[in-house]
Design a protein around this ligand. Structure first.
Ligand code: MV4
Length: 452
C-alpha cells in the first residue's frame, strides 16, 4: 500500500480523501493556491505545498507545479478528486510517466469516454442501450435532415467534444434544421475547437439515472446501484438520491449487470459512473464519467462501502474489498449540495462565514470543508458542502433531511439550503414524480407568481 498520497484538489473532496487516507494509515499532502492557504484540507493534511496563485489555471490545473510538489514531498500516488484534472488523460499519462500512480482509470479510458462519439460507439458495441442516433459525425444539412426525417422530430444536435450539456441544440421542426445545424457547428468550433457534431432523437421528459461502477486489475467488476440526479438546474445537480424512486429491483439488476459487464470487458480500473437517460421504462446511455463524483456519498450510505478507499486499493493493485455477492443496498439516502449562492438568482455569494453549525444525529452526514470564520474565496466553484442523510426508507429519509436542513446554520453568505428545503416539501418531489426539467419549470412558475 502507498505510504503517501498527494491530493490534487481542494474543498470538501480534498478533506474526504484525507479522511480515507488517515483510516488507511496513509500520509497525505495537500496542495493549495495562495487563496486557499487557510483551507481546512491544508490544516488537516500531514503536509501542504502552495502550488500557485488563486486562478485555477495557475494552481489546481498547473501540472508542472503539482508534479513538482509530489516529487519534493515523496508522494507515491496522486488523487485528482473531481473536476480540475480528474478527467484529463494527458495529466494521468504525465503522472505515470513521472513515476507516480494516478488514482483513476487508464489514460486511454479517460480519453475514449471524453470523446462523446467514441464513448457511445464503445458502449453500444459492449451491449449498452443508446439513444437512437447518427452513429458518428453528421457532415451536412442533407445528411442531418435525412436522419431527422427517419427518426422524427424533435432531434438533438450534439457537439462530439461537448458534454455536461454544453453544445446541444434541439430542433423541433424541419424548417429550423438548416440554421440550427450551422449554429451548432460554429458553437462547437468556438467552444471546443472542434466542429464535429452528431445527432440523436430528443427524449422530451427523461430522468437522469446513473450507475456507480468499479473495476480492479484482477478482472473484478461490480456495480453499486444507481443514483437519481434529475433535480438539476442548468446541468448543476442540486439533489441526488439512491435508490431512484422509480426503479424496480429487476430493472436495477438488469441495467446494473449490463454496466458491470461493460467495465469487465473494457478492463476498466477504478471508480466510474455510467449516466443514462431513463424514459418510459427504457435506459439510454448518455455519458461515462471516469472519476469519483460529487454525489458518491449517497451510494456509500446505502452500501456502507468507502468508495475513496476502494479507489486507493485498486490503484495500489489490490483487489476490490467487496464482491457482487457481498453488496446489499440498505435503506434510502439523499444528498443536497450546499452552494454559496443566492437561492433565487443563483448569483455566487462568496465571503466570510460568520456563524456555522453542522447538523448531526442519526443518519446525518455533513461533507464540507467550511468552518466558522472561514472566508469562501470567489475564484472557485460555489459548492461549499454536501448534506447527506440516510433512512430506512424514503419517507424517513425525507423527514430526516428536512430536520437536518433546519439544524444547519451557515451565516454571512447566502446558500441554496432554503431552496432545497422548499424542494423537499413539493408534492411531486415527495411522490418521486419528477424529470430533468421539473426544477426549472418550478423555478419559472415561482418567478411568474411572485411577479404578479
Ligand atoms: C439528451 C437529452 C434528451 N435527449 N439527449 C444534457 C447533458 C448531456 N450530457 C446530455 N444531456 C441531455 N441529452 C437526448 N437524446 C436531454 C439532456 C438534458 C439533460 C440530461 C441530464 C440532466 C439534465 C439535462 C438537462 C437538459 C437536457
Amino acid at each position: 500500500m502507498f505510504k503517501k498520497i498527494l491530493i490534487a484538489n481542494r474543498g470538501e473532496i480534498a478533506l474526504r480523501i484525507i479522511r480515507a487516507c488517515r483510516e488507511m494509515g496513509i500520509q497525505t499532502v495537500a496542495v493549495h493556491s495562495t487563496a486557499d492557504a487557510s483551507a481546512m484540507a491544508v490544516r488537516m493534511a500531514d503536509e501542504s505545498v502552495c502550488i500557485g496563485p488563486a486562478p485555477a489555471k495557475d494552481s489546481y490545473l498547473n501540472i508542472p507545479s503539482i508534479l513538482t510538489a509530489a516529487a519534493v514531498t515523496g508522494a507515491e500516488a496522486i488523487h485528482p478528486g473531481y473536476g480540475f484534472l480528474s478527467e484529463n488523460a494527458q495529466f494521468a499519462r504525465m503522472v505515470e510517466e513521472h513515476g507516480f500512480v494516478f488514482i483513476g482509470p487508464k489514460p486511454e479510458h479517460i480519453e475514449t469516454m471524453g470523446d462523446k462519439v467514441a464513448a457511445k460507439k464503445t458502449v453500444k458495441e459492449l451491449g449498452l442501450p443508446v439513444v437512437p442516433g447518427s452513429d458518428g459525425a453528421i457532415e451536412s444539412v442533407e445528411e442531418g435532415l435525412k436522419f431527422a426525417r427517419e427518426t422524427g422530430f424533435p432531434v438533438l444536435i450534439k457537439a462530439a467534444s461537448g458534454g455536461g450539456g454544453k453544445g446541444m441544440k434541439i430542433v423541433r421542426k424541419e424548417e429550423e434544421f438548416a440554421e440550427a445545424f450551422s449554429t451548432a457547428r460554429s458553437e462547437a468550433k468556438a467552444n471546443f475547437g472542434d466542429d464535429t457534431v452528431y445527432m440523436e432523437k430528443f427524449l422530451t421528459r427523461p430522468r437522469h439515472i446513473e450507475i456507480q461502477i468499479f473495476g480492479d486489475t484482477h478482472g473484478n467488476a461490480i456495480h453499486l446501484g444507481e443514483r437519481d440526479c434529475s433535480i438539476q438546474r442548468r446541468h448543476q445537480k442540486l439533489v441526488e438520491e439512491a435508490p431512484s424512486p422509480v426503479l424496480t429491483d429487476a430493472e436495477r439488476d438488469k441495467i446494473g449487470s449490463l454496466a458491470a459487464d461493460v467495465v469487465r470487458r473494457m478492463g476498466y480500473r477504478g471508480a466510474g459512473t455510467i449516466e443514462f437517460l431513463y424514459e418510459d421504462g427504457e435506459f439510454y446511455f448518455m455519458e461515462m464519467n471516469t472519476r469519483i463524483q460529487v454525489e458518491h456519498p449517497v451510494t456509500e450510505m446505502i452500501t456502507g462501502i468507502d468508495l475513496i478507499a476502494e479507489q486507493i486499493l485498486v490503484a495500489a493493485g489490490e483487489p476490490l474489498s467487496v464482491n457482487k455477492d457481498k453488496i446489499r443496498l440498505r435503506g434510502h439516502a439523499i444528498e443536497v449540495r450546499i452552494n454559496a449562492e443566492d437561492p433565487e438568482t443563483f448569483m455566487p455569494s462568496p465571503g466570510k462565514i460568520t456563524q456555522f453549525h453542522a447538523p448531526g444525529g442519526l443518519g446525518v452526514r455533513f461533507d464540507s470543508a467550511i468552518y466558522g470564520g472561514y472566508s469562501i474565496p470567489p475564484y472557485y466553484d460555489s459548492m461549499v458542502g454536501k448534506l447527506i442523510v440516510h433512512g430506512r426508507n424514503r419517507e424517513e429519509c425525507l423527514r430526516r433531511l428536512r430536520r437536518a436542513i433546519v439544524e444547519t446554520v451557515v451565516e454571512g453568505v447566502k446558500t441554496t439550503l432554503p431552496l432545497q428545503y422548499w424542494i423537499t416539501e413539493q408534492q411531486a418531489f415527495l411522490n418521486g414524480d419528477y424529470d430533468i426539467h421539473w426544477l426549472e419549470k418550478q423555478l419559472a412558475e415561482r418567478k411568474t407568481s411572485s411577479a404578479s
